[in-house]
Design a protein around this ligand. Structure first.
Ligand code: CA
Length: 236
């Protein structure tokens, strides 16, 4: 089997060496670059199963790099590394198209669990989309073409957004647990707990709800997870 090809964008040499060593021990091939500019150049010639990128880089920062990657590739999994733990950074990271993030310093075990989940996911086929033009409220979601029409205009969806919407649409009306979402959308084992999932729901509410703070379609099921309902049902 081919070794998964990973692109690491990290300017801290000691950390980068450690990451490369450990990923190679896990049977991966790692290309390491120190700047966003060098990353874009590599991405022009090579395909990767996963991109791991640091937010704080000399020159182009990780957010800008991430957005730029997403303009041409909505599918490649992106794991962001951030030195800051502020909520704002996490939201900016995910809004720029990252699939997940880890705050430095992180444990090797936690890091490898995320990487393995993301690599597993990148080798999956997309779940069968339920239909083209899935309508609810003023929205129409096109899962096959990664686009949606909303009250605010047309938007592009990322691979993870499409996966998550596919699962929620398929289970319309039923509560989908956090662990099922993390396992089937992110490819994570039950050992991984991340609030990234909740940021994706916040994003969906911003895209699709007329009042994101009082959602009708993307409902929270307390203690369980989330439920999608096409009709605005009574809330819990
Ligand atoms: Ca850095």
């Amino acid at each position: 089997m081919d070794k998964p090809n990973i692109l690491l964008v990290e300017d801290e040499i000691h950390l980068a060496r450690g990451i490369c060593f450990n990923l190679e021990q896990e049977g991966c091939r790692v290309s390491h670059v120190e700047t966003g500019e060098a990353a874009l150049e590599r991405l022009f010639y090579d395909r990767f199963a996963l991109i791991i990128l640091d937010v704080m880089l000399p020159g182009m920062d990780g957010f800008t790099l991430c957005k730029s990657v997403r303009e041409s590739d909505s599918r490649v999994p992106i794991l962001m590394l951030t030195a800051r733990s502020e909520e704002g950074d996490r939201v900016t990271g995910l809004a720029s198209g990252a699939d997940d993030y880890l705050t430095k310093p992180f444990s090797l075990n936690e890091f490898l669990l995320r990487v393995k989940g993301m690599l597993r996911r990148s080798s999956w086929y997309l779940p069968e989309p339920v239909e083209e033009g899935y309508r609810f409220g003023e929205n129409e979601v096109y899962l096959l073409s990664y686009r949606a029409r909303t009250a605010q205009g047309e938007i592009d969806l990322t691979d993870l957004e499409v996966r998550m919407l596919t699962l929620l649409f398929q289970k319309e009306g039923a509560a989908v647990s956090r662990s099922e979402l993390l396992e089937r959308v992110w490819g994570y084992s039950t050992e991984v707990e991340t609030r990234t999932l909740d940021n994706f729901i916040v994003r969906f509410r911003k895209y699709f709800e007329s009042d994101p703070t009082n959602p009708s379609f993307f409902q929270t099921v307390r203690g369980v997870g989330y439920r999608f309902s096409r009709r605005a049902l009574d809330k819990d």
